[in-house]
Design a protein around this ligand. Structure first.
Ligand code: ZN
Length: 149
């Protein structure tokens, strides 16, 4: 299990700005290992985010964080022309913020950005693959266009 490999103290130290709890702790442990973990019900196998202690579908408490494939499709796009100061974020060329629907399940979405891609190519329906960027000294999930098959 991921959390065994990253101590709680390390997670707390690396994410001082996040309200950590037992439901989201495995997700943040995964980020430090560059693994995108999302909570999944072991009873009905439904993925869900944001993390909760009860499955919204079958009400089971048997929730475990599992790694997703990282494959998905852009479902929403916005370009920020201004925003709060953030390291490695420039608003001089509008900064893309996307919501990606993951291949694992319909409507299972994560919000991130797209890298290694011209702005004109970023749009709804773009097939993307998980990649990792560094922000404020922490790994952060991002997406890049999927390689043509
Ligand atoms: Zn369930």
């Amino acid at each position: 299990m991921t959390q065994d490999q990253v101590s709680e103290a390390e997670i707390l130290r690396r994410f001082p700005d996040v309200r950590l709890d037992p439901d989201n702790m495995p997700h943040y442990a995964g980020l430090l290992q560059r693994r995108l973990l999302i909570n999944r019900c072991t009873r009905c196998r439904t993925w869900h985010t944001p993390p909760r202690s009860i499955c919204h579908r079958c009400w089971s408490h048997e929730i475990v964080a599992e790694e997703v494939s990282g494959e998905g499709v852009v479902a929403l796009v916005t370009f920020l022309h201004q925003g709060p100061p953030a390291s490695d974020v420039s608003y001089t060329t509008p900064y893309p913020v996307v919501t990606v629907e993951l291949a694992e399940q319909r409507a299972l979405r994560v919000t991130s950005t797209v890298v290694d891609c011209p702005r004109s190519m970023i749009g709804i329906g773009l097939a993307v693959t998980l990649t990792w960027i560094e922000r404020s000294g922490r790994p952060r999930p991002a997406f890049r266009p999927s390689s043509p098959r």
